[in-house]
Design a protein around this ligand. Structure first.
Ligand SMILES: Nc1nc2c(ncn2[C@@H]2O[C@H](COP(=O)(O)OP(=O)(O)OP(=O)(O)O)[C@@H](O)[C@H]2O)c(=O)[nH]1
Length: 388
């Protein structure tokens, strides 16, 4: 294939990449890293377009490789920026700009302008460095829930960086001495590698977006939107998993269940909207007492459950008391009202030989109703937890 055809194909694939990122972004505005990848596609496209134009138009000698190379490297920087935004919510526009300006200006150094070898020495390792940085960042996050979505991108970046470095090495060490490949074949393979890279990159980016959106939707369907706590459906999913883990590791599992006292009168006195605020207030206060690995659920209405594992009976009772006390001492303060709230709490732990979290939750619920009957604003445990 001649150079011009290859350039046209590369431009076409990068244009498709740009369009795909734009379409995905319009459909999923929350996935803002798509803007970085859209810019990545646009820079690749601009680089190829300038290559195509240079074969027909007489550009000043410095302009063509300078602009095309600056766009191409800045495209790789924008790819890295998108990865950073996706993983750390931090774009790297500064890096993209520095790479673009740096590479463009670099071509004004006479030695750079005149020597292709010197350009290879600088540009090829830089491309590999940007891609390897993106690859390592994704690799670090491979065990997260969305981790599997990163694998295609990781493999792609690895293969592309490796071929980039290998091709650079062959070009520098004198392709004439290599009996199994000729220079024009190596250049063609390079262009085909770029086409394949853009094409697979578009797929890899789409996989990441689809997977992350799927996870976000799943999270949304498992979350109670008033409190931000998980809902009852989530309890089924997480408690089953946690129970299996606790039985396997021979560790403890406990439920702390609590319910806001006399909540009907809060609604009656202040109205439902303020009632909602009171529910959100109580859960926010309770959450401050929890560790990051505790799981918390709204069971319905004004009743909540906290699933705690790896904890002694004594500590789970102390935690339940902390929740009760913190709610009691932190009233909900509104413009012209102060609403005092309390909760009644029930606690139960997994018994030896017990294999169902539902029975533990039921016992915690029974203990909660004993707290209600004994006067509210108190903690009742099922059995003597101090011995567990
Ligand atoms: N504002 C608001 N109220 C709710 C919500 N869910 C349930 N409720 C109300 O919570 C109240 C619960 O009342 P009850 O179950 O009788 O219990 P209580 O008044 O809290 O009394 P005890 O639990 O016995 O202390 C009812 O009035 C429900 O309408 C909600 O999402 N928002």
């Amino acid at each position: 294939m001649d150079l011009h055809t290859l350039l046209v194909c590369t431009a076409l694939v990068s244009f498709i990449m740009m369009l795909t990122m734009a379409a995905l972004y319009i459909a999923s505005r929350n996935e803002s890293y798509l803007i970085d990848w859209l810019v990545c596609g646009a820079l690749f496209f601009a680089s190829n377009l300038s290559g195509i134009l240079a074969t027909n138009v007489d550009f000043p000698s410095f302009f063509h490789p300078a602009f095309a190379n600056a766009c191409y490297l800045a495209g790789h920087a924008a790819l890295f920026s998108g990865v950073s935004k996706c993983l750390y919510n931090r774009s790297m526009w500064g890096v993209v700009l520095i790479v673009f300006v740096g590479i463009f200006v670099m071509h004004f150094v006479p030695a750079m302008n005149e020597s292709i070898e010197l350009r290879i020495v600088v540009l090829y390792p830089m491309i590999a460095a940007l891609d390897i940085s993106a690859m390592l960042a994704l690799w670090k996050h491979r065990n997260e829930e969305a981790g599997k979505a990163y694998y295609l991108l990781i493999i792609l970046l690895f293969i592309f960086s490796a071929q980039q470095l290998f091709r650079g090495y062959l070009l520098l060490t004198g392709i004439e001495n290599t009996p199994w490949i000729e220079k024009h074949q190596l250049l063609n393979i390079g262009s085909l590698a770029v086409i394949a890279f853009y094409f697979l990159l578009t797929i890899a980016f789409s996989v990441v977006v689809t997977w992350r959106k799927e996870l976000a939707l799943r999270e949304y369907s498992l979350t109670d939107h008033l409190t931000g706590w998980y809902n009852r459906k989530a309890l089924e999913v997480f408690a089953n998993k946690e129970l299996k883990r606790c039985i396997r590791n021979d560790t403890q599992l406990a439920f702390i269940v609590f319910d806001i006292d006399h909540f009907k009168s809060v609604n009656d006195q202040f109205g439902h909207i303020l009632g909602d605020k009171a529910i959100a207030h109580v859960t926010a206060i309770a959450k401050q007492q929890l560790r990051e690995y505790d799981q918390y659920f709204r069971l319905g209405g004004e009743e909540f459950a906290v699933l705690v594992s790896h904890i002694s009976g004594q500590d789970v009772e102390l935690l339940a008391q902390r929740i009760r006390k913190s709610v009691a001492k932190t009233p909900l303060i509104l413009d012209d009202e102060t609403v005092y709230l309390t909760v009644s709490v029930g606690v139960a732990m997994l018994n030896p030989q017990e294999t169902s979290w539902q029975t533990v939750l039921k016992r915690a619920d029974d203990a909660l109703y004993r707290s209600k009957h004994q006067g509210r604003n108190q903690v009742t445990s099922c059995g003597d937890l101090a011995k567990i």
